[in-house]
Design a protein around this ligand. Structure first.
Ligand code: GMT
Length: 378
């Protein structure tokens, strides 16, 4: 198949999943064209069947908000015509599903383009619900020929809040390449991150308010009271200054490593003893899955799709949002008992391999595309 993929190219789960999917599809013989305003952050290597098309934007003094959705529609339209794409798969509904619909309308009578939209999270649970976006989001996702959600939770939310018939949404969970994301990667960075042999507590995100990064610091400070440890914070975003301020306020600056944005996160996760994800909302929690695949137990909030990824008491612990005490107690339980930590680590890795490995999930997308295209050809 010839497939177009549109995603946000920046640090974040939807762009990560879209990129890994494109690369896996190319490995399986498909031709893949990424269409976005920048090269996706995890699209690092050359592949003979992978192409990137940058959306061209014209700046003009009249535009307070440059019309990216229109420029993307034109870029999709051009890519479909030029490369004879069979299908365009957009990740995150806003504005991608709308742009894809416009491109499809522009191609009417010329090419029977199919659109698949994958709903990732706040496009449904937060941004999409805003009065300025709800109607267009509902309209556009209903116009997509195929609609997938990354968790059962997100499917339920979409059915409830956007009146999309249940039968229209296929749940295809996020996935991880468990050959790349695995425990014990060499060279191991443990000695650099925790030179005195401390336990390593990690958090990776785009530091948006939904991630509750101040909770991460608060939980860690309580852990530090009991266990020699270091906190490794990876990523950047609007709440990074808050995290820094909290670290200063608690007087633990020498125990916290701020690494900023770092793409090959598996190199870090494979030496993590505990991953914290105390988010207020999380439709899936890709970072938690990547941590588990690398053998790191996870302590997270019991929200959204996280209970579909983390089995409470078996692969990590789930606690109520904002319950710092409970999250700290769970963290200390894991870090103070190596045998228990190892059990959770092994179980998490096994669960990730069994349910969320790319070999298992990518064929589900392929099969879904074939269904949407109404043919069995490849
Ligand atoms: O929806 C978002 O907030 C953005 C998106 C992203 O690009 O990081 O995150 C969502 O999609 C990820 C990939 O499917 C999920 O793992 C995240 O749980 C989800 N974020 C939220 O629901 C807050």
């Amino acid at each position: 198949m010839k497939i177009g993929i549109t995603c946000y190219p920046t640090y974040g789960g939807s762009g990560a999943v879209a990129t890994h999917l494109g690369l896996e599809l190319a490995e399986r013989g498909h031709e893949v064209h990424f269409i976005s305003y920048d090269q996706p952050f995890r699209l690092a290597h050359f592949h003979e069947r992978v192409f990137f098309h940058e959306v061209e934007m014209e700046d003009y003094p009249l535009f307070k908000h440059p019309p990216y959705a229109l420029a993307l529609a034109v870029a999709l339209h051009d890519a479909v015509r030029k490369h004879e794409l069979d299908l365009v798969h957009v990740h995150y509904a806003i504005p991608h599903a709308t742009s894809a619909w416009v491109a499809c309308e522009m191609l009417e009578g010329e090419r029977d383009l199919k659109i698949v939209t994958t709903l990732h999270g706040t496009d449904i649970t937060l941004v999409g619900l805003h009065p300025s976006f709800q109607a267009i989001t509902q309209f556009s996702i209903l116009r997509s020929h195929g609609l997938t959600a990354v968790s059962d939770f997100l499917k339920r939310e979409t059915v409830r809040d956007f009146s999309v018939p249940e039968s229209r949404i296929e749940v295809v969970p996020n996935f991880v390449d468990t050959r790349i994301y695995r425990p014990g990667l060499e060279p191991c960075h443990r000695a650099t991150l925790a030179p005195d042999g401390e336990k390593i507590v990690m958090h990776i995100s785009n530091f948006r308010p939904v991630k509750r990064v101040e909770d991460v610091v608060d939980i860690f400070a309580r852990v530090l009271g009991e266990i020699p440890s270091r906190l490794v914070l990876v990523g950047d975003g609007p709440d990074l200054p808050r995290a820094r301020a909290k670290v200063e306020e608690l007087g633990i600056r020498d125990r916290v490593v701020f690494l900023g944005e770092y793409t090959p996160v598996q190199e870090l996760l494979s030496c993590s003893d505990l991953f914290l994800l105390p988010s207020r909302s999380e439709s899936f929690g890709l970072a938690a899955l990547e941590a588990m695949a690398c053998g790191s137990p996870v302590v997270a909030s019991r929200v959204g799709g996280l209970p579909e990824v983390i089995i409470d008491g078996e692969t990590g612990y789930l606690c109520e949002v904002g319950d710092i005490d409970e999250m700290a107690a769970a963290s200390i339980r894991i870090l103070s008992d190596d045998k228990h930590g190892k059990e959770l680590s092994d179980a998490g890795r096994a669960f990730a391999v069994k349910h969320f490995s790319s070999e298992f999930i990518v064929p589900q997308y392929e099969e879904y595309y074939r269904r949407i295209l109404g043919s069995q050809s490849s």
